[in-house]
Design a protein around this ligand. Structure first.
Ligand SMILES: *Cc1c(COP(=O)(O)O)cnc(C)c1O
Length: 365
């Protein structure tokens, strides 16, 4: 793996573990058990069914999911879930859904929900510019809502929930696209969790959906099969041709998480060390690297900051490029700088960037 790949701080698709990239390279040539290239293996083959089962078993093991949970490998990205959730649980509920508007992605999810029914904003930080998350106080949430929806890690602004918001009696639905499997998860406090693969889990093309089987009974019956969780569960994620390649990579990443990293608690320790290394530089030079997130809401996945001017941002990004630290430009909606520290970003590569940033600040400040 090149230095540039190892130091790819892209917001998504994100960096993947070198060991997985090597396995993928070989599998594109030939999957030994099938004697074929990964890209030409039928999704109806025994090999693929086995792959789906193994991927699901690894996920269940990592999260401690019991049989009350269904696991789906869907397409359409997190964006399709923005629609599928309210089509399924809001439109015919006769209730309002609670939404937390805490950043760019949760704002997107709201647009889709409003087309399906009544939405109550339990929290919005839009006017202030999405610097802070709500405090852990359940009084803000409607105990009679159809469900509460939120985004656990706001990828663009670099804000991450360090508590689980809402009432345990209300369905809790969460978009975990950018921090799924980055830390242990109290999965039983949730009813539906979705996460596309391309930040922490693999390439784009597949979205993991975990849902409590009990929810299936309340689904409307007029949904197109593709958008119907029940039809997808019945078909065991094989309603139509699934993204074989993406699912293969996800299975390899799950193996890496289990066996090479040692599970979610070990992953969290590494992720915490990476984030601490970069935030220490921000805290050392607060006038030069101006962090976007309120301190207590800082994300361990996306470290977002601005330099004193847009020109300074550009000069910094160019200097990074020159050293082969790539993918650091902030999201197009926010500008500035974003260092994404997804699971596969190593502590050593993160420390390289921290050292460079220290040196850069000393030379300019
Ligand atoms: C990147 C991102 C999305 C967008 O996902 P798509 O798969 O492109 O639809 C949604 N939610 C979060 C939290 C994200 O980080």
């Amino acid at each position: 793996m090149s230095f540039r790949d190892e130091h790819n701080f892209s917001g998504g698709p994100g960096v993947l573990p070198p060991v997985v990239l090597e396995q993928v390279r070989q599998a594109i040539e030939q999957v030994p058990e099938a004697g074929l290239s990964l890209l030409g293996i039928s999704h109806r083959s025994d090999w693929f069914r086995q792959l789906l089962d193994t991927a699901e078993a690894r996920l269940r093991d990592l999260l401690g999911l019991d049989a009350s949970w269904a696991v789906l490998f869907l397409q359409g990205g997190a964006t399709q879930q923005f629609s599928m959730v309210p089509m399924s649980f809001l439109r015919t509920s006769g209730l309002a859904a609670d939404y937390i508007e805490s950043g760019y992605w949760s704002a997107k999810s709201l647009v889709h929900a409003r087309r399906c029914g009544s939405v109550r904003l339990a929290y919005s930080d839009r006017v202030q510019g999405f610097h802070a998350l709500p405090e852990a106080d359940s009084r803000r949430y409607d105990p009679a809502a159809a469900y509460l929806h939120y985004v656990s890690n706001e990828t663009v602004e670099g804000l991450q929930f360090h508590h689980v918001p809402g009432h345990d009696e209300v369905l809790r639905i969460c978009d975990m696209s950018s921090d799924f499997l980055s830390r242990p998860l109290a999965v039983d406090r949730f009813d539906l969790i979705y996460a596309h693969a391309q930040k922490n889990l693999g390439p784009s093309g597949v979205t993991l959906v975990l849902l409590k089987r009990a929810l299936l009974a309340q689904l409307p019956t007029d949904l197109p099969d593709f958008l119907d969780y029940q039809a997808q569960v019945t078909a065991a994620s094989l309603l139509n041709t699934p993204p074989v390649f993406a699912i293969y990579v996800v299975e390899r990443v799950l193996r890496w998480l289990q066996q090479d990293i040692g599970g979610l608690a070990a992953m969290q320790r590494i992720n915490a060390a990476k984030a601490a290394s970069l935030y220490a530089v921000l805290d050392e030079f607060p006038d030069f690297y101006r962090g976007h997130a309120r301190r207590c809401d800082r994300s361990q996945m996306n470290v977002v900051f601005h330099l004193p001017s847009a020109e300074a941002d550009q000069a910094f990004l160019q200097a990074c490029e020159g050293r082969d630290y790539v993918g650091l430009a902030g999201h197009r909606s926010l500008g500035g700088v974003r260092a994404s520290l997804y699971n596969a970003m190593s502590l050593a590569a993160t420390e390289d960037l921290s050292a460079f940033m220290r040196e850069y600040a000393r030379s300019r400040a």
